[in-house]
Design a protein around this ligand. Sequence first.
Ligand code: ZN
Ligand code: ZN
Length: 173
Amino acid sequence: MDLWEKSVEFHGHSCGGLRIGYAAARYAMELLEIGFSDNEQVVCISENDACGVDAIQVLLGCSIGKGNLLFHMTGKQAFSFYHRKSGRSVRLVLKPKPLDLTAEESARYYFDRSPRELFRAMPVTIPLPEPARIFDSYNCECCGEKTGANWIRLVGGKKLCLDCCESYNRFDV
Ligand SMILES: [Zn+2]
Ligand SMILES: [Zn+2]
């Protein structure tokens, strides 16, 4: 199975949106000389949460769980890629689609062009985020559930999880 077929299988269907992310990932692989990342070496900051992000996960191994897929939501078809080891990075922005295409040309547009034709490559605007950190955790003093320190709130001298903190604020008036 080639990388495109793998992307379609992961995403669930073939569509122009998926092809955009696929092209962005291919271009980033070429420009930054990177491949699939089994660790956090390759980082992607996507400016949308549309179909294309799924191809980036498949081709580059950027995922929510590994902490190397991040979102900076502007609603643009733009993606920034970083390679920690080499320090290389690039922001890829989709060029506008020509307005004079027939319906058929329009449907084929993202499939018939090379990544270089589809995207504008420019310097990144967001600095490379620090690697995902493991936080200490505490047991919430209300529900008793183990909660990452970053999400514990101190309310009336008690360490509470966000859910308990919310009900505490609601009832204690
Ligand atoms: Zn789709
Ligand atoms: Zn709780």
